[in-house]
Write a protein that binds this ligand. Sequence first.
Ligand SMILES: Nc1ncnc2c1ncn2[C@@H]1O[C@H](COP(=O)(O)OP(=O)(O)O)[C@@H](O)[C@H]1O
Ligand SMILES: [Mg+2]
Length: 295
Amino acid sequence: MDQAVGLRKKGNGVTYWNKSPSPSPAVQRQPVRVMSISSGKGGVGKSNVVINLAMAFDQIDQKVLIMDADLGLANIDVLLGLTPKYNISHVLEGEKRLEEVLVDGPGRIRIMPACSGVHELTRLTDEQKLIFLEVLDELEPDIDVLLIDVAAGISDSVLYFNLAAQEKIILVTPEPTSLTDAYALIKVLYTRHGERHFKILANSAKDEKEGKAIFAQISRVADHFLDGLSLDYLGTIPRDSNLPKAVVQQRPLMEAFPESPAAKAFRNLARSINKMPPSVNHGSIQFFWKRLLNA
Ligand SMILES: Nc1ncnc2c1ncn2[C@@H]1O[C@H](COP(=O)(O)OP(=O)(O)O)[C@@H](O)[C@H]1O
Ligand SMILES: [Mg+2]
């Protein structure tokens, strides 16, 4: 059975994350914060937000696992100049162990490379799911935040990741189509799946004032048509000409231009998220995977 999914425990206490020692089991840990970053429309900055927010979390000692759940172009691996050989499907096919699939990013960030949606995950037998969950659970002591870079649009896989994540961040820009497409995503999650809480992050806005105006616009429409929906304003990342420069260099903005306005905004964002209590209704990374696998 172990062979079937290629997951095997190595004696007591598997260490997948060799850069930082795991806290002793006696230490009371905060639950892992599972956040999905989605947008109705592509190209609005999701992957860049995920990477730079991850780096900002890393700087305040929050250990981050990035899950690249978008097979589109120019995603996490390309932005970081990485060429992962394997992805989660290799674990599921029994060809690789999870530790061989995870890629080191900047700082202590780990990256789970993209795989073709959740279809492979949902196809597992119950026994495989259990083994998978068990191994993932062993990662948990080394993760404070799981950031999921979700594809654009309203495909099934986008909806699954949103349903499984505790905190759903929807990225919007000042472009009118970004707003209408974000609304379409929220509406599907609300009407078909009863999701009521979303966090709106404005990106590429001229300043915080414009970011708040974008939020006001989307919450006005939502208030009007979707009863009981609650949208929170999470923050604004300003439009910053250093960001496209960093992308060309295949380096994260936080590293290439740490004093740029957007880098400062990412640091503020990580600090403010860190101060917010994580959703308590489901606290473990296992919970996330269970929801995903049972979707
Ligand atoms: N805050 C920003 N300021 C300036 N340009 C940005 C900003 N955010 C994103 N961009 C531009 O948008 C492009 C697409 O970003 P990306 O993160 O790849 O989007 P997505 O993952 O949503 O498709 C980037 O390469 C960059 O040029
Ligand atoms: Mg992307």
